[in-house]
Ligand binder design. Sequence first.
Ligand code: SAM
Length: 239
Amino acid sequence: MLERVPSLFLALSLGVLLPSIAEEAPVYTEKVPSRDGIGKVYMGREISQVVSQHAIGWLERKDREGEEKPSLILDQLDLPKDAVIADIGAGSGYFSFLLAPLVPEGKVVAVDIQQEMLDFIEAKKKLKKVSQIETLKGTIEDTRLPENSVDMAILVDAYHEFSHPREMAQSIVKGLKPGGRMVLLEYRGEDPTVPIKPLHKMTVKQVTREMEAVGLEFVEVRDFLPIQHFLIFQKPKQP
Ligand SMILES: C[S@@+](CC[C@H](N)C(=O)[O-])C[C@H]1O[C@@H](n2cnc3c(N)ncnc32)[C@H](O)[C@@H]1O
């Protein structure tokens, strides 16, 4: 009996210690940065560098409709006229302005961390006389959306460059109403013919893993676009 005490003690200690060691595993790890990466790894994926305000011309390029067919996305969204949409990582607001006519009695909240992007959107709002877009300056970890306020969050070519994807996804979940949807558009990571830098692409498997880690439910992936995935997730209706 006495001989068994040390092994019993060891087993009990491990039983207590191992879960706490596992809980302390870091969310992010570091590596030598790739050419277009920041050297920070989340769930096996290196995070890409942020597209700066100097790329506004590229985001607003005339041939974007021809290359990416953004107008096809609008038919897929199925939103009531009074819906509240959050365009997270809105950049120049290219999508916010496409989305605004869908919600004449609602609004589009354009969230970004770069003031220059939000200034561009405000100037374009005045020029185009669009009233139902609001700009909101978030932080690298927080959208600053009010809790349970949004029917749909849309992230177009943006999530892969969030420096704090876990915190951002949690913040988006918090901002969504129960049953609210998160729609992600990401360049297809499985397809080597998509002419985009590797860290700016994502696979369905990787996006799903990262969204499920924050409690979102996978709804479906619709592959009708030339070079992007269209992925839908949902915040559970019951907490
Ligand atoms: C590649 S741009 C895409 C812009 C836009 N969605 C489009 O398709 O034209 C990505 C944007 O995400 C923004 N961004 C990066 N990290 C962010 C964060 N944590 N919260 C909000 N926006 C962020 C960047 O400032 C940049 O404007």
